[in-house]
Design a protein around this ligand. Structure first.
Ligand code: ATP
Length: 303
């Protein structure tokens, strides 16, 4: 896989405070990479250094195979797109005019029509920006980051405050970007967003990367046990219940914690057949990225 960004041992100090304590990041072409961390972990510092908005401290940053010295140079800026957490548009401009304005900043900009089509706001092209919904505004913000046809797009919390439908439309756009071969560097506080969108995730805490992997592997390694909850049509005898290993009985409700949900379920089905126990209301509770987060950082995403 082609590496588009490599960060090695990146450090950053604010006075005596060390906000980044030597972090490594690898970003590959065509992936959606999630960068997660609790408040104050160092996400904004990292991302803004990469975007060229803050000065790096020690460490090495290599974009597209070129080592960067000091501030992110213009040839890199030509190949990246940045969507900040909040974008304010001039409300006396129409959607198409906003895109034309951003396109005018670049030598080789895409045509505004093409960009409008990409982010699917054709029907709003001639509207003023203050008439846009939250989801449409965010799609326009992403559009402004696409005018230079970037290889990497940095998205900072792209769905904050959006209703579920608008959020889904932004997710679809992010998936479309990936499909067209672009790389997305996404910071988010929403675990569900990271879990559904990201190919790989790095979790940063107190200026250090504490884990990097696919969401599935992170959950397997750090998510803890799964739970099987069920009831029985009639309460089995104590000796029958005792055949089940590590079961918790709360009133008429049963709970088994397991590392291997498939084997445990198979065992449960066999047990129910063997003892003619009818199982009802069965549900599976699997660990999520939220559990991974708690294990690794001891904190929720928003403390
Ligand atoms: P959040 O999720 O709250 O936005 P974050 O992970 O983006 O947090 P940063 O904004 O990178 O975290 O901040 C990392 C640490 O560096 C925090 O302790 C913050 O207080 C500190 N910090 C950030 N910017 C500065 C600055 N300009 N001067 C001094 N300290 C700073």
């Amino acid at each position: 896989m082609e590496k588009v960004l490599e960060v090695r041992n990146l450090k950053k100090r604010y006075g005596r405070f060390e906000a980044l304590k030597g972090i490594d990041i690898d970003l590959y072409k065509g992936e959606i990479f999630g960068f997660l961390g609790p408040n104050g972990a160092g996400k904004t510092t990292t991302v803004e250094i990469l975007e060229g908005l803050r000065k790096a401290g020690e460490g090495e940053i290599t974009f597209f195979g070129h080592k960067i010295h000091g501030q992110t140079p213009s040839f890199v800026k030509e190949r990246i797109g940045v969507v900040l957490q909040e974008t304010r548009f001039l409300d006396h401009l129409k959607v198409k005019e906003v895109i034309e304005l951003f396109a005018s900043f670049f030598k080789n900009a895409k045509s505004p029509e093409e960009i409008i089509k990409m982010v699917q706001i054709e029907e709003k092209a001639e509207d003023f920006t203050d008439n846009l919904s939250g989801g449409q505004r965010q799609r326009l913000a992403i559009a402004t980051a696409l005018v230079n046809d970037p290889d990497i797009i940095f998205l900072d919390e792209p769905t904050v405050g959006l209703d579920p439908q608008s959020r889904e439309s932004v997710w679809q756009l992010v998936r479309d970007l990936k499909k067209s071969g672009k790389t997305v560097f996404l910071t988010t506080h929403y675990m569900e967003e990271a879990q559904t969108l990201c190919d790989r995730i790095s979790i940063i805490d107190r200026g250090r990367i504490v884990a990097s992997d696919t969401p599935k592997n992170l959950i397997r390694k750090y998510g803890g046990k799964s739970e099987i909850d069920f009831m029985c049509a009639e309460l089995p005898s104590k000796s029958i219940i005792e055949e089940l290993r590590s079961v918790d009985v709360v009133d008429d409700h049963f709970r088994i914690e397991t590392d291997d949900i498939t084997t445990t379920l198979e065992g449960l089905v066999e047990w129910s057949k063997r003892n003619s126990v009818k199982i009802t209301d069965i549900s599976l509770v699997e660990p999520t990225l939220e559990d991974v987060f708690l294990t690794l950082t001891g904190r929720g995403l928003r403390d």
